[in-house]
Write a protein that binds this ligand. Structure first.
Ligand code: ARG
Ligand code: ZN
Length: 454
C-alpha cells in the first residue's frame, strides 16, 4: 500500500468491513436495554471467586468465563459497571482491554475462530455500587448494614461481575465466596463446602443448571441458616436475617408444600436446590426470584413466596429472549398466586379477574399492553403483572381447564432450561386447544386500554 497518513489508515481500519465483521457487538440486540449482553460469543460457565468485607464494602473479584465464539472475533465486550479491572487474560495470554461505559472491551492477543471455546479471566476490585433501574429502584450489589443484598434484574449483574448480561445467554456457575467469620455468603444452587480459617469463611456454591446472569446472587449478611432435604430429594438452604426470623418462619415452613403444589400444576421442579434468602434491606422494595433461592428484602407473605417460587418455572427455567416479553415471567407468577388462593380456600381466579376488571378505564392497569410495556421503565408495572395474569384467565375460560393446565405444563416442559417467546406461547396455546386465539391475545396482551368486555 502507498503511504497513507496514519490518521486516515486508522479510519480505514475502524470503518473497514473486515474489522466490523470480527468485532463482537456491544449489545445483545434488546430493544429495551440495547447495551445489555454482547454479541459474538456464548458463555458456558462462570467461575466467580469473590472476597467481600462488609465493613469497608470492598470487593475483590476474579471471574473465569468459559465461552464459545459464535463468529470470528478480534474483539468482544463483557458488561461491567464500576469497579477497577486489574487484568484480563484470554486463554492464559494477556489481553488488552479498555472501559467504555458499561462495556469492558477485550482484545485478545490472538483472534478467536468461530466455534472456538475460550477462557477469559478478569481480575477486579473496588466498592461495588448498585445500579439504578429505569423505574428508579436499586439493582445489583446493594450494601446493607451487615453485608449486601444482591439481586440483578434487569441490569444489576454487571455491578459485581463481568457478564454477558442478557437472559438470552444462560450458563452454569461456580461461586467461591469469602467473608469475615460470622457472616454468611449465599449464592445459587448447591452448597458444596464451607471452611473457616484466619478469621474468614469461604462458601462454595454450584449452580449447574443454566442460569441468566440477572438471577445470580451472592448475598452477604449475618444469617440464621437452615438446611434440609425434602421428601422429593430437593436440597433446601434458607438464610434468614435474625431480625426477620420470627415473621419469616411460618411462611418459610410452607416452602416444600408450595413447591410440591406448584410441581403438581406446572410439572417437575426444574432444579435440584431450593430455599430462600430473607435479608432486611429497607431500601430495596422488592423480592427477586434469584435462581433456586429467591431473595426477600423482608419476611415474605405467602403470596410472595408462591410468586417467587412460580418464577423458578416461569422466568428462571424458561427464560426470556427479550425484556419486552416480561409478562411471560410476571403475568405467570401472578397467575400462580391467584391459582394458589383458588385451590387453598381463597378467592377464585375468576373473582380476582372480575374485581380487577372493575377498575375504571383510566386506571394504570390499562395503561399499556402487557406484551409491550414500551420501555425498560415499565417492565415491572401493574399491566405486566395483573393484566398479564388476566390474559391467562381469559385463555383458561376460552380453552377449558384441561387444555389450559396442559398448556402451562407443556410450556414449562418444552422450554425447560431454555427460552420462550410470546409468539411461541400463543402458538402452543393454539396447537393444544385447536382454536384460533389470535383475537383473544390481541385484545388482552397486545392492545392498550380497557377491553370492552371482560
Ligand atoms: N421479578 C421481581 C418479581 O418477582 C421484581 C423485580 C423488580 N426489580 C426491580 N429492579 N424493580 O416480581
Ligand atoms: Zn415476579
Amino acid at each position: 500500500m502507498a503511504a497513507v497518513p496514519v490518521a486516515v489508515a486508522a479510519l480505514l481500519v475502524a470503518a473497514g468491513p473486515a474489522a466490523a465483521g470480527t468485532v463482537g457487538s456491544s449489545g445483545a440486540g434488546d430493544a429495551y436495554f440495547p447495551l445489555s449482553g454482547n454479541g459474538g460469543y456464548d458463555v458456558r460457565h462462570y467461575d466467580l471467586t469473590l472476597g467481600y468485607d462488609p465493613q469497608s464494602r470492598h470487593l475483590d473479584g476474579k471471574a473465569v468465563i468459559t465461552a464459545r465464539a459464535t463468529q470470528r472475533l478480534t474483539r468482544f465486550d463483557l458488561d461491567l459497571k464500576g469497579l477497577k479491572v486489574t487484568g484480563v487474560t484470554v486463554d492464559h495470554a494477556k489481553a488488552s482491554y479498555r472501559r467504555d461505559g458499561q462495556e469492558l472491551v477485550v482484545t485478545p492477543r490472538h483472534s478467536l475462530r468461530r466455534n472456538q471455546e475460550f477462557r477469559v479471566t478478569v481480575t477486579y476490585s473496588g466498592t461495588p455500587k448498585p445500579a439504578t433501574d429505569p423505574d428508579g429502584s436499586p439493582d445489583g450489589w446493594i450494601p446493607t448494614d451487615d453485608g449486601a443484598f444482591v439481586a440483578g434484574e434487569p441490569q444489576g449483574a454487571m455491578t459485581w461481575f463481568p457478564a454477558n448480561s442478557h437472559p438470552k445467554d444462560k450458563a452454569s456457575y461456580d461461586f467461591t465466596l469469602t467473608v469475615p467469620k460470622g457472616h454468611t455468603a449465599v449464592a445459587n444452587g448447591i452448597l458444596r463446602g464451607q471452611s473457616t480459617s484466619h478469621g474468614h469463611t469461604t462458601f462454595r456454591w454450584r449452580q449447574s443448571e443454566p442460569m441468566a446472569a440477572y438471577l445470580a446472587t451472592a448475598t452477604v449478611g449475618k444469617f440464621k441458616v437452615e438446611q434440609y432435604t425434602t421428601r422429593d430429594g430437593l436440597k433446601v438452604y434458607n438464610a434468614v436475617d435474625p431480625r426477620e426470623a420470627t415473621a419469616a418462619a411460618p411462611v418459610l415452613k410452607k416452602l416444600p408444600s408450595v413447591l410440591a403444589w406448584e410441581s403438581g400444576v406446572f410439572g417437575p421442579y426444574p432444579f435440584r436446590a431450593a430455599g430462600a434468602i430473607v435479608d432486611r434491606a429497607p431500601q430495596v422494595g422488592y423480592a427477586l426470584e434469584t435462581q433456586t433461592r429467591p431473595v426477600y428484602d423482608s419476611a415474605p407473605d405467602l403470596s410472595t413466596l408462591v410468586h417467587e417460587s412460580a418464577h423458578q418455572w416461569f422466568g428462571d427455567s424458561v427464560s426470556l429472549t427479550a425484556w419486552k416479553d416480561i409478562w411471560l415471567n410476571e403475568g405467570f407468577a401472578t397467575y400462580a398466586e391467584w391459582l394458589y388462593a383458588e385451590q387453598h380456600g381463597g378467592k377464585t381466579a375468576q373473582q380476582t379477574f372480575d374485581s380487577l376488571y372493575a377498575s375504571p378505564a383510566g386506571s394504570g392497569l390499562w395503561a399499556f399492553p402487557p406484551a409491550d410495556p414500551g420501555s425498560g421503565a415499565h417492565i415491572f408495572d401493574t399491566p405486566v403483572y395483573a393484566r398479564g395474569a388476566m390474559a391467562l384467565q381469559k385463555l383458561r375460560t376460552a380453552v377449558g381447564d384441561g387444555v389450559f393446565f396442559r398448556i402451562l405444563r407443556t410450556w414449562a416442559t418444552e422450554h425447560r432450561g431454555g427460552h420462550g417467546t410470546t409468539a411461541q406461547f400463543v402458538s402452543l396455546s393454539e396447537r393444544l386447544s385447536g382454536k384460533d386465539l389470535g383475537a383473544l391475545f390481541h385484545t388482552w396482551i397486545g392492545t392498550a386500554g380497557k377491553p370492552t368486555s371482560p
